[in-house]
Design a protein around this ligand. Structure first.
Ligand code: WQD
Length: 334
């Protein structure tokens, strides 16, 4: 019988790209989403790309009864858990909203899984859990939870600790924690991409809004960092590579908790991202340099060696590929 996977947050940016890769492996897909920061129409685009449309259930993770009914009526072999609030700045203003949605919602999900014999989960975590480290190149042996500068990052850390404790208590429980660096780009068809309902925090969706004239100019948060060009450096990974990392880990799951950084292993500065976007778009991107953003680190990027060694996965696409695909997406939505 074909395995059925539940994808929470499957109408979102990373979830939708991951579903495309899951379909290539022949899985059946159900999507649970509350559509707070995404649109159901993404599922039609997935059908246009793959020929298949996931079954959709508009359910909020905080609605335990509805979620329990879903698990009662369906046999899931695995849950990919993307659903969660992710605006770093908003999390500082509204911490309870983030702890309730992200942590409370995940606890509901894990209780439903346990009550219905679903033992496998892949969790969408973030490099933010590393907080401030003495070196910019981050590997999975480094401590987490210290110096996290926002409630969003804290929720990711707390959920990681919950998964570890559940695995300690249940020998059948299999969890994977995937720590994303900075996802960018979109499917080369340009049919799906990062299209948040809320005001974005992240660099690329803001660049996209500037290029569409929705925001007058990009504010570069500081050019006085101890980096070659003074701007911040991050590990910008193409979302298609990120999606493939989720598929690569499925066959390696086992009782306990597996943890992998999903990044390219290369750092790219904000100014380099601006130049790469201008090259791909063929036009100047208006920006101004302003003061640093509170909580930002100068430089961070992944050590991706563990995922390559244990999963046979590594990022293959470049920032230039991501910019090319972003322009294709912008042309289609404009
Ligand atoms: C990248 C660089 C900014 C916006 C966060 C989360 C992390 C993950 C990715 C979800 C930094 C600079 C940005 C702008 C700028 N989120 N920047 N002007 O902060 O590395 O990570 O998003 O999974 O968990 O912590 O990403 O895109 O906000 O910033 O100059 O308008 O771009 O200073 O150097 P960040 P980001």
């Amino acid at each position: 019988m074909t395995e059925r996977i539940l994808v929470t947050g499957g109408t979102g940016y990373i979830g939708s790209h991951t579903i495309i890769e899951l379909y290539k492996k022949g899985y059946e897909i159900d999507v649970l989403d509350n559509l707070f920061n995404s649109k159901e129409s993404v599922l039609d685009k997935i059908k246009e790309i793959t020929g298949k449309r996931p079954r959709f259930f508009k359910i909020d993770l905080l609605d335990y009864e509805k979620m329990d009914k879903l698990f009662l009526e369906n046999q899931y072999s695995l849950v990919l858990h993307f659903a969660g609030l992710k605006a770093v700045g908003e999390s500082v203003e509204k911490p309870l909203k983030y702890y309730e949605n992200n942590v409370g919602g995940t606890i509901n999900l894990l209780k439903c899984m346990k009550n219905h014999g679903v033992h496998k989960i892949i969790f969408s975590s973030s490099a933010t859990v590393y907080g401030e480290q003495p070196v910019p190149k981050l590997d999975e042996t480094m401590p987490t939870g210290m110096g996290i500068t926002n409630p969003y990052g804290e929720t990711k850390h707390i959920i990681e600790e919950i998964l570890k404790d559940v695995a300690e208590s249940d020998p059948k429980f299999e969890a994977v924690i995937l720590r994303y660096f900075n996802p960018v780009g979109n499917h080369p068809s340009g049919l799906i991409g990062e299209d948040p309902n809320d005001i974005p925090n992240n660099l690329m969706p803001i660049i996209m809004k500037v290029s569409r004239g929705e925001i007058p100019e990009l504010s570069v948060y500081g050019d006085d960092y101890p980096t070659p060009d003074g701007s911040g450096i991050r590990d910008f990974i193409h979302v298609v590579d990120l999606a493939k990392g989720h598929v690569a880990v499925i066959d390696k799951m086992k009782p306990g908790v597996l943890i992998y950084n999903l990044g390219t292993g290369r750092g790219t500065s904000v100014f380099e991202m601006i130049k790469a976007f201008e090259k791909a778009s063929g036009k100047k991107l208006p920006y101004k340099v302003v003061e640093r953003r509170a909580g930002d680190l100068a430089e961070m990027y992944a050590d991706p060696a563990k995922a390559e060694k244990e999963l046979g996965w590594k990022a293959e696409l470049t920032v230039e590929d991501a910019m090319r695909d972003t322009i294709c997406y912008l042309n289609k939505i404009s």
